[in-house]
Design a protein around this ligand. Structure first.
Ligand code: AMP
Ligand code: MG
Length: 403
């Protein structure tokens, strides 16, 4: 049995050795992917001086209030005009400003009289107004979006503007999920005596999908050594990167997984962690066809499997992909909590902001049972209670990890 910090460090150190593969995606495939290269602008942005308004382009002179209209420049339809202080050209938003002009007077600041334009008396004109200058947003060769950034829809126009319709991102991880237990039944049947619906894998598969990796469902199997062994052999010979199992890693008579995995060469990095929920957690590596397969044996209880997934599996994968980790908020307890042992607890909680007193408050969600899916479903955080803390009381400040 090891402490949380040691377990976390072991996984982090193992994950540091992973060299992420890359692949090319197109703009519309890139949302939520992580950039594996810097996106560099191949042009100045904007590429030329242009007008920010519909109006007229003039050569600024504070004493002149009317101009002769000599032409028109629409966006995308540039024509060179040579203007002086007494002449102007009509210009549309985005239209290229001719080199002889330096200022744009917007439509609402003048009236037109035949081929003349007259400034309205109250309008104030400043040199350079409404001009967007070449390279003002970004210069050619500037890094627009750095490697390791997570691509959001808001970034995509910029990538497109840099001339990149295809670029490199890190490949998604393939993460397999296998549930085990003789008690498990399909979700769409009424469980008979002593049976329960196999629920864990759906939470895990959804989380993997949410993290934008590729979930691979292996369904569930009973506690049968031979069947389990054959299935695991098949899984580890496939192209998955990580395997999550649920159930069967505790110390019960039919908890076979650890021995099966070890027969297949599992290098057990740790088994059993001093935490609650999730004590039976197993982590190790099997090498197959020259490739490391990272194996997490998650406990069977629904809250335990979900919480250990969040704090150990998800947290480390997000770190590997340079994604921001779950937000941690310090909140004031509004209920007493029972905690007599010296484990680190990650208890499901309900976090909210008390705007009247300008502070976060938190209470436990439902019961402390690691089998209570309602408590988990209602929760929006994990209350982190460290090893030394005993029975935190109402008013105590505790750290909450948003989930
Ligand atoms: P185990 O870790 O195999 O000892 O399982 C602990 C408990 O978790 C079992 O007694 C079941 O009640 C529950 N459990 C195991 N696997 C699942 C699953 N896939 N979905 C929901 N509950 C499960
Ligand atoms: Mg079991």
């Amino acid at each position: 049995m090891i402490y949380y910090d040691e377990a976390q460090e072991i996984i982090e150190n193992e994950f540091k050795n992973i060299i992420l593969e890359t692949e090319e995606v197109s703009l519309l495939e890139s949302r939520n992917r992580v950039l594996a290269e810097d996106i560099i602008s191949d042009i100045d942005q904007p590429a030329f001086d242009n007008s920010a308004m519909d109006g007229i382009a003039i050569k600024y002179n504070p004493d002149i209030t009317q101009w002769k209209l000599i032409g028109e420049i629409a966006a995308g339809n540039y024509k060179e005009y040579e203007i002086d202080e007494n002449t102007c050209v009509r210009i549309m938003t985005g239209g290229k400003i001719p080199p002889s002009a330096d200022t744009v007077v917007p439509l609402e600041d003048f009236i037109e009289k035949k081929s003349k334009v007259v400034k309205i008396p109250c309008a104030k004109i400043k040199l350079g107004q409404n001009c967007r200058y070449q390279g003002e947003s970004m210069a050619v060769d500037q890094v627009a979006i750095a490697k390791n950034s997570v691509i959001q829809p808001g970034n995509i126009a910029l990538i497109a503007g840099c001339g990149r319709d295809k670029f490199q991102v890190y490949k998604k991880l393939k993460i397999g999920v296998l549930a085990t237990g003789d008690e498990l039944t399909e979700v769409n049947v009424m469980p008979t005596e002593g049976k329960i619906r196999a629920t864990n894998m759906y939470a895990l598969l959804s989380e993997i999908e949410n993290m934008n990796h590729t979930p691979v469902s292996y369904g569930f199997l009973g506690d049968d050594k031979k069947i389990l062994s054959d299935k695991i052999e098949e899984i580890i010979n496939s192209d998955i990167d990580i395997l999550l199992t649920s159930g069967g890693v505790s110390v019960g008579k039919y908890d076979y997984l650890k021995s099966i995995l070890e027969e297949k060469g599992l290098d057990t990095k740790f088994w059993r962690v001093y935490i609650k929920p999730g004590k039976p957690l197993l982590f190790g590596i099997i090498v197959r066809n020259g490739k490391k397969k990272y194996i997490f044996g998650l406990p069977g209880n629904p809250v335990s499997s979900y919480v250990t997934f969040l704090i150990f599996v998800k947290a480390n994968i997000e770190r590997l992909f340079s994604r921001s980790e779950s937000e941690v908020v310090t909140a004031e307890l509004i209920t007493d909590l029972k905690k007599r042992d010296s484990k680190r607890h990650f208890s499901v909680g309900i976090l909210s902001y008390d705007s009247e007193n300008e502070k976060y408050i938190v209470e436990k969600s439902g019961t402390n049972s690691s089998g209570n899916m309602l408590s988990l479903s209602d929760a929006n955080c994990l209350m982190l209670i460290d090893e030394e803390t005993k029975n935190p009381k109402t008013g105590d400040k505790i750290k909450c990890i948003r989930i």
